[in-house]
Design a protein around this ligand. Structure first.
Ligand code: SAH
Ligand code: SF4
Ligand code: F3S
Length: 473
């Protein structure tokens, strides 16, 4: 029970925030600021799916406070930036956007500006925001997003606040405004315990905390009733779902229980850590028709020496054995991965091991990143650093191989009919739609807006490295 109460925020804390939201809304209403006259909110999100899901909760809180979404920051009375800290580039981009909002505050001093997300949880960045960005009213770490209403209330009274390390207990019951009703994120856990030596996530998002299975299933039911056709379960390492709570089900059982919900929908999950990819999870993927046959299994490097320095807790043999098991149980599985190039001490030989592993696995797609030192992580102090030109040159070779493998893998779909969830009309070609196939994606096919959110059968006629194309049957 004690562990339970540490894992979850006191529901009273959440209801008190929702009460504050109601007060703010009533305040706007008493001044006639409702409907078309409601004050605007604008959220800029950086980073991964977890941040996108967090921003949907921030949007829910903004609307509970009586704000309405606006398309540009200049039209907003409340501007939120949800930042990412994974690489230097992500932080630079966020800081530059935050800088660009100064002119909005100059034009209208009543505008409230808040900065949240992973960068906001780093002490040195929070200090920079405090000292060098005086027009930022408040800064909050990811686990404190639930307290947005009181942060906004204090800002309106002229009180600047900087919330760090307020504890990382889960806040249930936050209203959520989702970007899409047919394709939705569903957070199942927060944080990470793995401390890969290069990664900032455990420092900014805290330890692993799993939501209760019943809360997740209840939310999944509501989403399916509301028209969700694609549900993606989210966590930094969904394979360790439930390990922090006694007697709770694991990710495989959780997914099987979600699959039992009546309705025509597909289930995805991300991300998985190879050290925890269990046989039960592989069985669930193989056996449950609603689970999309896609496994994102980040390898990071193909060199045992580098994997050790990265503190990944597996070697290439163990990784390849998971892949073999998966391919044996789910022959058509789509396998994707993340790879870091230029980790400190990476020699040409280590890099060749990575290329070799890619050839052996034959990934459908890889997401590759040049190593970026993160303040406070062990790898930031490791030597020797790989020179930028060397990393860039390795990256080019890796991308060339990745593209070749993706083309080869995507060509397996040509001539087949795939069940595809139509996601929306293409931005560049209005006669074409983009969809998620099971398991290929993206799938391009001629179609119109009326198909968005519907399943269609597409006969695949062509394939490139990053897409497959066809026509509805
Ligand atoms: N929890 C996920 C990864 C989240 S971060 C997992 O373990 O798979 C997404 C990816 O960013 C990581 O897989 C890694 O490839 C990359 N990444 C993380 N820290 C990085 C750093 N300091 N420099 C470059 N890439 C990094
Ligand atoms: Fe970062 Fe490793 Fe955790 Fe993934 S598993 S979030 S790479 S520390
Ligand atoms: Fe970035 Fe935080 Fe996600 S650091 S990648 S937004 S968990």
């Amino acid at each position: 029970m004690a562990a339970e109460s540490r894992r979850f925020r006191d529901p009273e804390e959440v209801s008190s925030e929702l009460e504050t939201a109601r007060e703010i809304k009533e305040g706007f209403a008493s001044r006639g600021l409702v409907g078309e006259r409601a004050p605007g909110y604008f959220i800029r999100t950086f980073g991964c799916q977890q941040n996108e899901a967090d921003s949907e909760r921030l949007a829910g809180l903004c609307e509970a406070m009586g704000y309405s979404p606006v398309p540009v920051p200049e039209a907003a009375k409340l501007i939120l930036v949800n930042t990412c800290a994974i690489r230097e580039h992500a932080e630079k981009k966020a800081l530059s956007i935050i800088g660009s909002f100064k002119h909005v505050k100059d034009a209208d001093p009543d505008v409230v500006i808040g900065v949240g997300g992973c960068m906001a949880a780093e002490e040195h960045r929070a200090n920079t925001l405090k000292m060098s960005y005086p027009y930022v009213d408040f800064v909050f770490e990811p686990a404190s997003a639930y307290s947005l209403p009181s942060l906004v209330k204090d800002a309106a009274r002229g009180r600047r606040r900087f919330v760090r390390e307020s504890g990382d207990a889960i806040a249930e019951g936050i209203p959520t405004v989702r970007e899409s009703s047919h394709s939705v994120w569903l957070s199942v856990m927060y944080g990470c315990n793995n401390f890969c030596s290069y990664c900032i996530v455990p420092y900014v998002r805290g330890r692993e905390r799993s939501r209760r299975p019943d809360d997740i299933i209840e939310e999944a039911k509501r989403l399916v009733d509301g028209g969700a056709k694609n549900i993606t379960l989210l966590g930094q390492n969904v394979n360790s779902y439930g390990k922090d709570s006694d007697g709770c089900c694991d990710i495989a059982e959780l997914m099987r229980r979600i699959c039992r919900i009546d309705g025509d929908f597909e289930l995805r999950f991300m991300t998985s850590h190879p050290k925890d990819a269990s046989d039960e999870l592989i069985d669930a993927i193989a056996e449950e028709p609603k689970i999309v046959k896609h496994f994102h299994l980040p390898v990071q490097s193909g060199s045992d020496r580098i994997l050790k320095l990265m503190n990944r807790h597996y070697d290439r043999e163990r990784y390849l054995s998971v892949v073999d098991k998966l391919r044996a149980r789910v022959p058509d599985v789509t396998l994707t991965s993340d790879i870091i190039v230029g980790f400190p001490g990476e020699e040409e030989e280590d890099f060749l091991d990575t290329l070799d592993l890619m050839r052996r696995v034959r990934y459908d797609m890889i997401f590759s990143f040049i190593y970026s030192p993160r303040v406070g992580t062990p790898a930031a102090k490791m030597e020797p650093r790989v020179p930028r030109e060397v990393s860039a040159e390795r990256m080019e070779r890796l991308l060339a191989l990745g593209t070749e493998l993706s083309e080869e893998r995507n060509s397996r779909f040509v001539g087949r009919t795939l069940r595809v969830l139509a996601d929306g009309v293409s931005r560049t070609d209005p006669g074409m739609m983009t969809g998620r196939g099971s398991p290929a994606r993206p799938v391009h096919f001629p179609g119109g807006e009326e198909l968005t959110g519907k399943f269609v059968n597409v006969k695949i006629k062509s394939a490139g490295a990053f897409w497959v194309g066809g026509e509805i049957e």
